[in-house]
Design a protein around this ligand. Structure first.
Ligand code: HEC
Ligand code: HEC
Ligand code: HEC
Ligand code: HEC
Length: 308
């Protein structure tokens, strides 16, 4: 989500003065998961089986939700409350209507600005298989510029999960996050990327076996684990300075301690541990891109049976 803001600002700057009148047009909007399902049937089916999807029909009815809303204030309907909607729903279109729980665009970026680019293989008659290599490269880069979060951006993907799951969404005032926590909103300091991404959420239908939802190899799992810890450390270190609420600080401190302990086994992570910035985290992820760290951190990986 932070990435999207940066992209939007860059576009706004390059357009200069005229942007003031067309700002609303340039804002990336969600289209909802059905639009993606037309081409991504396997991914859609998997998503439908996740808590992200099921939550839509259930969570607003929970008595706990009412208590949390009372503490935070604002709209009493959870699907309209501006604090809850940032993490719990896919708000579709310009009128921002809650149409699903967290879905495709919550993790891959609101699509209104990148959708056309994503679907253009080089002209109306060109099939994807026949797309020119340089066109494909440009299409991927341009979609990213327009706000698409590509799976190949491992750090971006991890950072995005931790914003919602670490109670550190920059779009929600830290004061509101503290009130939620005081009112009993769940906060899982142990949240870990491999455990949460390789169970119900996993969709990895990559070539050459596009019909197989591939499991990660041990080196891939180890890199995912380290990437998740890096994102967790940066998110917690950023969030902790935002409020004085003791419970919120304690939660973020616990996340910091857990992430640092995990990263201590990775020599490449030293600079990040000393200075937890996005820049250092991205450098770490780039430095380990080809490495097999399963020897260093393999023992800390969650057992497959515990995947969520
Ligand atoms: C018209 C068909 C079509 C639609 C609609 C579509 N996609 Fe895709 N998408 C593709 C194809 C084909 C690929 C395969 C890689 C490529 O050539 O871009 C792809 C690739 C992707 C990838 C990256 C895969 C990789 O290899 O890294 C993501 C993520 C993705 N789509 C997300 C979405 C989301 C989210 C939506 C809905 C907002 C969507 N797509 C809608 C056709 C589509
Ligand atoms: C920063 C993101 C974020 C915001 C903002 C947020 N939630 Fe949550 N909420 C989550 C996540 C993530 C979970 C799942 C637990 C976890 O992984 O930490 C959750 C879980 C819950 C649960 C527990 C579900 C269960 O069955 O245990 C309730 C109830 C809930 N949220 C209500 C709310 C309400 C009401 C609001 C608005 C006042 C709100 N949340 C705002 C991220 C958020
Ligand atoms: C909880 C976050 C999340 C949600 C929700 C989500 N994705 Fe993904 N998606 C990911 C991650 C993470 C990867 C990278 C997987 C990998 O490479 O290990 C990915 C990879 C992909 C890919 C490339 C791999 C493949 O399966 O072809 C496509 C295409 C894709 N997502 C489309 C979608 C669509 C369509 C939806 C909605 C129906 C969706 N995603 C929902 C996180 C998410
Ligand atoms: C837009 C906010 C958001 C993003 C981004 C997000 N999640 Fe979630 N996630 C939630 C909320 C909210 C819940 C709780 C839903 C409920 O319990 O009703 C949840 C629940 C889950 C669950 C179910 C947990 C359980 O105990 O049943 C898993 C697994 C999960 N998320 C994994 C991920 C992963 C992995 C990513 C990143 C690839 C991710 N999520 C990104 C908001 C988000």
């Amino acid at each position: 989500m932070r990435l999207l803001t940066v992209v939007f600002c860059a576009v706004a700057l390059s357009l200069g003065v005229s942007v003031m009148s067309s700002a609303a047009k340039a804002e990336a909007l969600n289209q909802g998961p059905k639009v993606c399902s037309e081409c991504h049937k396997d991914e859609f089916k998997i998503w439908e089986g996740t808590q992200h999807s099921k939550s839509f029909k259930e969570i607003h009815k929970s008595p706990k939700a009412k208590d949390i809303i009372a503490a935070v204030g604002g709209e009493k309907n959870m699907k309209k409350n501006e604090v809850c909607t940032q993490c719990h729903y896919t708000m579709v279109g310009a009128d921002k209507k809650a149409e699903a729980g967290p879905s495709c665009e919550s993790c891959h970026g609101a699509s209104s600005e990148w959708f056309k680019i994503h679907n253009d293989y080089g002209g109306p008659t060109v099939k994807r298989e026949d797309e020119a290599a340089d066109h494909k490269e440009a299409r991927i880069a341009n979609a990213a510029k327009a706000g698409m979060l590509w799976p190949s951006d491992r750090y971006g993907i991890a950072e995005n999960c931790t914003e919602c799951h670490g109670l550190a969404n920059p779009k929600v005032p830290a004061d509101a996050l503290s009130k939620m926590l005081d009112a009993g909103h769940p906060a899982i300091a142990e949240w870990e990327l491999v455990q949460y991404s390789q169970g119900s959420v996993r969709h990895r239908f990559y070539p050459p076996n596009m019909t197989t939802n591939a499991e990660m190899t041990p080196p891939e799992l180890a890199r995912m684990f380290v990437t998740g810890q890096a994102a967790k450390l940066v998110s917690a270190a950023t969030a902790i300075g935002k409020v004085d609420n003791p419970k919120y600080k304690e939660f973020q401190q616990k996340r910091i301690d857990l992430a640092k302990a995990a990263l201590a086994k990775v020599p490449e992570a030293k600079a990040l541990i000393d200075a937890p910035t996005v820049d250092n985290a991205r450098k770490l992820v780039a430095a380990i891109a080809e490495k097999d760290l399963s020897g260093a951190v393999g023992g800390d990986l969650p057992a497959k049976g515990t995947y969520k």
